[in-house]
Design a protein around this ligand. Structure first.
Ligand code: HEC
Length: 443
């Protein structure tokens, strides 16, 4: 393997264009756009323009030059000194960046058709080839204006047998209005949403997730997130027989009435597996208080692992006042390590796939440390004069981190963490719920 890689490097050195004038779209630029840009820059995706073809990309040559030199594109917020290696890291190599710049500087030439790589095929927009697609059973009618509470819709999937899932992708029906969303797995016996009418959309205030700690997320959608794989070693995601699904979606109004019918696509794995991939809330600061005007409020929350597990994925979540998020592990040995630190940008909300899964032995404390700018210097701040607490809407705040964990398939996910200290699940306004949650987590 190493031998092959070295050959590759030799090849690359030889292939550097003799002068900028030799750089063409077909030969040099298109392969880079395919690898790093087209997942977002194609019709129906999050970016405002397509970079699929020369015709589409040519007018953007100068803007591409600026965006890659400033490292605004492709977006990747992990701070380099706390970046331990993420397999989905969106970073151009120096050579790729130089090639895009040289192309823009030398007249953005098209080149020879025969040099073009084969186009990347996106089947019906999916980034994977689903074995099963589950769609919301009814449209959600998005009003033209106003604030829309998180919406929950039950799908009576009633899986006829235990199912193992290799990969999943949640795709908005209408990407103009779907800000982000999750598909939750409700195993038989779940309390939350069990009395809901399938296909009816319930606002969050009518169906809060009270008491539902550690239910699994099957699929997630955030702009640019793409499909998620659950294969790490022997792991896959487990859907117990009889489970139903709940679509949770945060819609934003866009000035005209819209409809949406979001779906999730699943790729099955042969089961059973000895380890399962579980998507959980990590440290969650449901009791946060951010003083008015504070330009650097720190919020800390933590969970303690009650079983051996591996951390394979992390996706912080904050709102408009968020600045940065750090996750630290304090191992049973007492050793402490920053697992990543990333800048926060509300528009992106990317997730990070660890190249080397992080071992979290039983007793490891996972600490989330976030900073908020609630001053008027933050141009996204809806109101610097207000003290801010936990809440679902963008003008409230959150500090939590979705994490992907791999652990023994026999372990009950309800018992993987003890939540302690100032860490609460987002079950409502701040209050004396800690005891209840602690009990819930250790049941
Ligand atoms: C994760 C999704 C994503 C990826 C990957 C991505 N972009 Fe973007 N890009 C966006 C979005 C969304 C916008 C519009 C919002 C913004 O400007 O922040 C954008 C804007 C741009 C702009 C306009 C910038 C401006 O200031 O007006 C350029 C140019 C651009 N992207 C080029 C690229 C190139 C080149 C790549 C690959 C090397 C790339 N993007 C990768 C999502 C993406």
């Amino acid at each position: 393997m190493r031998y092959v890689l070295q050959l590759g490097i030799v090849f690359i050195v030889v292939a550097v264009p003799a002068s900028a004038a030799d750089v063409t779209f077909d030969k040099d630029v298109l392969p880079i756009l395919q690898k790093h840009c087209q997942m977002c820059h194609r019709p129906g995706e999050v970016a405002p323009m397509s970079l699929l073809t020369y015709e589409a990309a040519r007018p953007w040559a100068r803007a591409i030059r600026t965006a890659v030199l400033s490292q605004k594109m492709p977006p990747w917020p992990v701070e380099p000194q706390y970046d331990h290696g993420f397999s989905n890291a969106a970073r151009l190599t120096e050579r790729e960046r130089d090639t895009l710049v040289a192309w823009a500087d030398s007249g953005a030439v098209e080149g020879n058709e025969s040099d073009k790589p084969a186009p990347v095929i996106f089947t019906d927009g999916w980034n994977l080839e689903p074995d099963l697609i589950v769609e919301m059973p009814a449209d959600f009618h998005v009003p033209a204006t106003g604030t829309i509470e998180y919406q929950y819709m039950l799908v009576k999937a009633n899986f006829p047998e235990d199912v193992w899932v290799k990969a999943a992708e949640m795709r908005p029906g209408n990407s103009k209005v779907v800000h982000h969303g999750e598909v939750w797995v409700l195993p038989p016996g779940s309390k939350w949403m069990s009395d809901a009418e399938p296909g009816v959309s319930y606002p969050q205030t009518e169906r809060p997730k009270i008491g539902e700690d550690q239910i699994d997320i099957l699929g997630k959608f955030n702009p640019g997130l793409g499909a998620q794989t659950f294969e790490f070693g022997d792991s896959a995601k487990f859907i117990p027989k009889g489970s139903d699904l709940v679509f949770e979606i945060h819609y934003t109004a866009v000035g005209t009435p819209q409809i949406d019918r979001t779906k999730v696509g699943l790729v099955f794995a042969k089961g059973p597996h000895t380890t399962r991939y579980f998507t959980s809330y990590g440290p969650t600061a449901g009791n946060l208080v951010i003083p008015a005007g504070d330009h650097n409020a720190e919020v800390v929350s933590e969970v303690t692992a009650t079983t051996d597990m591996k951390l394979v994925y992390a996706q912080p979540h904050m709102h408009l006042r968020g600045k940065d998020y750090e996750m630290r592990a304090i191992f049973p040995s007492g050793e402490s390590q920053t697992l990543f630190k990333s800048k926060w940008d509300f528009n992106w909300q990317l997730g990070y796939v660890f190249t080397q899964p992080v071992d979290l032995p039983k007793g490891t404390r996972l600490i989330g440390i976030s900073h908020f700018d609630n001053s008027s210097a933050n141009r996204f701040n809806p109101d610097p004069t207000k003290e801010i607490r936990w809440g679902l809407q963008n003008w409230d705040e959150m500090s939590n981190c979705f994490i992907g964990l791999v652990f023994d398939a026999q372990v009950d996910p309800k018992k993987i963490f003890v939540r302690s200290g100032p860490s609460l699940l987002p079950t409502g306004p701040p209050g004396p719920t800690l005891a209840v949650l602690k009990e819930d987590a250790t049941k």
